[in-house]
Design a protein around this ligand. Structure first.
Ligand code: SF4
Ligand code: SF4
Length: 118
């Protein structure tokens, strides 16, 4: 898959995941930015702004902690399907923007493979 197609796939998966998250609201984040666990997994992230996340991160969009997954099995299953596709094309980077994720995989791996013969 070329760079342009990966970028398009990233956007499509992100939009789909976003629709599920909007529809099911699995984390139940309130107006104070508190989620159902009381310990939001965004804490300490460089992309966390006053209004929430300031970047587009597919992995974060599909991530549910065990508590949230347990309470929302339907959406957890739907997000899992997206995760499987995203994994296959190396579209997942924790706390990384789309640009950071796409530039770190798999092109760098190809260079390593070429240079070291893996
Ligand atoms: S990148 Fe992820 S961890 Fe960071 S603020 Fe956005 S959603 Fe939260
Ligand atoms: S995944 Fe869990 S810890 Fe993270 S925001 Fe959702 S409920 Fe909170």
């Amino acid at each position: 898959m070329n760079k342009r197609d990966r970028s398009k796939l990233y956007d499509n998966l992100y939009e789909l995941a976003d629709r599920y998250v909007q529809r099911y609201n699995p984390c139940k984040i309130n107006s104070k930015g508190e989620c159902l666990t009381g310990n939001c997994c965004c804490s300490g992230c460089k992309y966390l702004g006053k209004q929430g996340c300031t970047t587009k991160c597919l992995l974060c969009k599909i991530h549910l902690c065990s508590e949230s997954s347990f309470r929302n099995p339907i959406v957890a299953g739907k997000l899992k399907v997206i995760e499987e596709i995203a994994k296959k094309y190396n579209l997942l980077g924790a706390r990384k923007s789309k640009k950071e994720t796409l530039s770190s995989h798999p092109f760098n791996l190809r260079i390593i493979n070429r240079n070291y013969g893996y």
